[in-house]
Write a protein of this length. Sequence first.
Length: 191
Amino acid sequence: MERYRFLAKDTVEAAERLLGWELVRRTERGVIRIRITETEAYKGGDDPASHASRGVTARNRLMFGDVGYLYVYLIYGMHHCMNIVAHEPGEVGAVLLRGGTALEGIDLIRRNRPGVSDRLLLDGPGKLAQGLGIDLSWNGYFLLEPGASAADGLRLEPGQAEGSISRTPRIGITKAKELPWRFVLEPSESR
DNA sequence: CGGAAGATAAGCT
DNA sequence: GCTTATCTTCCGA
């Protein structure tokens, strides 16, 4: 699939190009569509902050595998984080999805995150996963299913990156924190 | 508004 | 045992 080829490029480049793409979550209750607005790149052995920096384990094995799969893990005992496997052939890496904005089905997102005000719905990795209803059972899900109309599940679809992209160091880590591998899509009209 | 601290479990040493 | 790609609440300005 040509339009997904950038996922087989360098992980840092893939992280930047994922900004503006959309995640479509189809459920029995309806459709949730969000735009990806914040990403971070995590690579392999040369990236000490990465789960994959010390070789293959049961948890991180997806980062060593084929591109376009969802890597989900539990952090701090209670939050889920979503990553998209992306790296050059023979390399290792994944892109952490740190945030998004709701395009469709915001009532379903509110149902997943009761009592939370709208502007805080999806502005963090754990919040994003909770808003979309993603947990560990989604680990290893393939996001690039071909075909015009998706069935139940989760899909990655092209979208417009409107606004300006800023590049910053990654957040919430203690190793290699100086590497500017975080990308944020700022809307043209500032909030 | 901003900073600080607690909750809670998988994975590594 | 100890650390961690976090979120929320509580506190003071």
